[in-house]
Design a protein around this ligand. Structure first.
Ligand code: FES
Ligand code: FES
Length: 202
């Protein structure tokens, strides 16, 4: 059976344990060891006291205060912790901080994902919202890469690409719709070209 996330299981499951690391014991490990790791996150270089094997998610959330990426399964199965590493979606709960390259979190994609997030909101593509940051990060990477023009192929590509991001609430239809509509609108905007300058002769 798929393990429920600690928030769904309740307070007992949220206690730090040796079996299932969570952000509290991750960050304390780094602080105890006192080592400094240089990390580039959202274009800024940080010196973070942590062990290179500490999960990146804990470093982002507890030491850098970047809390958009979420801890759910903690074992690389749900995508709630997705961030971009060197422009590729990666699950930060199973990525050692020491091997992370250029990291971008949802906080760093706020402007780029603004239209996509608007579509999520307008279409009710979230309920509890726990999966949403990971989905938006992953979909942002997908939109950068480009999607097929054919609506059926586009929908299939989105469904396939986002299949590692688990949502327990929505049934996925509105999520796929939000990504497809955003792709369509961006493609239309690109083909329309830049808006004419104000006062330009007609
Ligand atoms: S928290 Fe589920 S994959 Fe990272
Ligand atoms: S898990 Fe609740 S909105 Fe996706």
């Amino acid at each position: 059976m798929y393990p429920l996330c600690p928030w769904v299981q309740g307070p007992a499951a949220q206690t730090p344990s040796a079996d299932l690391p969570n952000c509290r014991n991750w960050s304390s490990v780094g602080e105890e060891r006192g080592a400094a790791l240089r990390l580039t996150v959202n274009g800024e270089v940080h010196e973070v006291p942590c062990n290179p094997m500490d999960p990146l998610l804990g470093v982002l959330r507890d030491q850098l205060g970047l809390t958009a990426a979420k801890l759910a399964c903690g074992r690389g199965e749900c995508g709630a912790c997705t961030v971009l590493i060197d422009d590729r979606p990666r699950m930060s709960c199973i990525t050692p901080a020491g091997v992370a390259g250029d990291v971008v979190t949802l906080e760093g994609l706020a402007e780029e994902s603004s239209d996509l997030r608007g579509e999520f909101a307008d279409r009710g593509a979230f309920q509890c919202g726990f999966c949403t940051p990971g989905l938006v990060v992953h979909a942002t990477a997908l939109l950068r890469r480009g999607l097929p023009d054919d609506p059926g192929e586009r929908r299939a590509a989105v469904r396939h690409s986002l299949n590692g991001n688990v949502c327990r609430c929505t049934g996925y239809q509105a999520i796929v719709e939000a990504v497809c509509v955003t792709a369509e609108r961006r493609a239309a905007d690109r083909s329309a070209g830049p808006a004419p300058a104000a006062g330009a002769a007609s």
